[in-house]
Design a protein around this ligand. Structure first.
Ligand SMILES: [Zn+2]
Ligand SMILES: [Zn+2]
Ligand SMILES: [Zn+2]
Length: 161
């Protein structure tokens, strides 16, 4: 028996060593059982109904925000992808009856804004509005401003391989 093994085995057979270790493992597995929401991502948004923090969850229709006080509070929200050019509401990812993804206003049916083009994080340099990504005629990627009175378009440089 090597010296290392003697020490290691002695340590492992010593209840003072492994008891706390064991209880940590048990505690952790207990936590995992209780952590059905293990993959929820914390956000700095606050639920307007109960004041608890909102967490980002992955649902059937992609990511959405839900109250961390679930099931006591069942408040959920769509994640805002941009600002609606018609009413200033949130642009959110939606799905048509046929299952096709599109972007629409969270104030629907009061606002009928829809777009097939994906809103991007970058804002219009001219007016600060939300921009969408479009594929142009010659397969060039175009970033287009949603503000109709601005109509700013930027052709994104093609990446050289
Ligand atoms: Zn809540
Ligand atoms: Zn709107
Ligand atoms: Zn613009």
């Amino acid at each position: 028996m090597t010296a290392w093994c003697k020490t290691a085995c002695a340590a492992f057979l010593n209840p003072e060593f492994y008891q706390p270790f064991l209880s940590t493992v048990l505690e952790a597995s207990e936590n995992i059982k209780n952590m059905k929401n293990f993959f929820d991502e914390a956000t700095d948004l606050v639920c307007e109904k109960c004041g608890s923090p909102m967490v980002k969850k992955l649902g059937r229709f992609g990511f959405f925000l839900a109250c961390s006080n679930f099931p006591d509070c069942r408040n959920t929200k769509s994640i805002s992808l941009g600002v609606c050019p018609k009413c200033g509401g949130d642009i959110t990812l939606k799905r048509s009856k046929k299952g096709r993804e599109f972007y629409g206003c969270s104030k629907y049916p009061n606002c009928d804004f829809v777009s097939w083009d994906k809103p991007i994080e970058e804002k219009c340099q001219k007016c600060g509005s939300t921009m969408v990504e479009k594929i142009g005629k010659d397969k060039k990627v175009i970033h287009k401003c949603l503000n109709e009175s601005c109509a700013n378009e930027e052709v994104v440089e093609e990446q050289e391989a």
